[in-house]
Design a protein around this ligand. Structure first.
Ligand SMILES: Cc1cc2nc3c(=O)[nH]c(=O)nc-3n(C[C@H](O)[C@H](O)[C@H](O)COP(=O)(O)O)c2cc1C
Length: 214
């Protein structure tokens, strides 16, 4: 089965030429352009990304989270500070994000230091989202062992009710995190496998750019 599968099948993926000489001086601008192009090209869920962290012993872990924003302050996402990833970030406030947009054969990797936003900002970010997002956050206990699906159902039903009754109910452990990048890499797939990798690195004078062998 694996051998019958194709990456970037014609008709599914459009590999556009990417000229790194015309790339903007800062990675945020290129990310914003590529993100909008992924949306326009019909990429499902382009705002989901892998978030990699390491625990206190340096052991890595990764999971999918939603992108909450990308601006001059960094790339943001939200989760419980008490979750496994939250504990990792407390122990080692450094992370990597990976976006994969297969309809355009593009990957973006972002690495840098992570800081937690002040609680009022985290709560405001949560309350600007859907009732379901608030209910999920109010359910809490993320990454703890769950005794049964029945217990989850009971706690979740109560959380949905609280979220509907009080859309401003706080979820004390819910935290908005910002990753301030020190490196951002853009990968554009190429049909002859001469993929273009453009890496931006933060320097004391701004951003430097270099190509990487694919
Ligand atoms: C599409 C998708 C989006 C998700 N978005 C989030 C998110 O924004 N925040 C979050 O805490 N978990 C999110 N999750 C769940 C995480 O992948 C993960 O299961 C959870 O956060 C616990 O991770 P941890 O034990 O490493 O802390 C998402 C999962 C999927 C599949």
């Amino acid at each position: 089965m694996l051998r019958s599968l194709r990456v970037w099948a014609p008709g599914v993926t459009e590999l556009r030429p990417f000229d790194p000489d015309k790339a903007p001086p800062a990675p945020l601008h290129l990310f914003t352009t590529w993100f909008a192009e992924a949306v326009e090209a019909g990429q499902p869920e382009p705002h989901t990304m892998s978030l990699a962290t390491t625990d206190a012993d340096g052991r890595p872990d990764a999971r999918i989270v939603m992108l909450h924003g990308a601006d001059a302050d960094g790339w943001s996402f939200a989760s419980h500070a008490t979750s496994r990833k939250g504990r990792d970030l407390t122990a080692r406030p450094y992370a990597a994000l990976v976006f994969y947009w297969p309809v355009l054969g593009r990957q973006v990797r972002v690495r840098g230091t992570v800081a937690a936003a002040p609680s009022p900002e985290s709560q405001a970010d949560l309350h600007a989202r859907s009732t379901g997002a608030l209910a999920a956050a109010l359910t809490g206990r993320q990454s703890e062992e769950l005794a049964s699906l029945e217990e989850l159902r009971e706690v979740s039903l109560a959380a949905w009710e609280r979220a509907r009754d009080n859309p401003a109910e706080p979820s004390p452990t819910w935290t908005l995190y910002r990753l301030r990048p020190d490196a951002v890499e853009f990968f554009q797939g190429e049909p002859e496998r001469r993929h273009v990798r453009l890496e931006y690195r933060r320097t004391e004078f701004g951003w430097s750019r270099r190509l990487l062998w694919p």
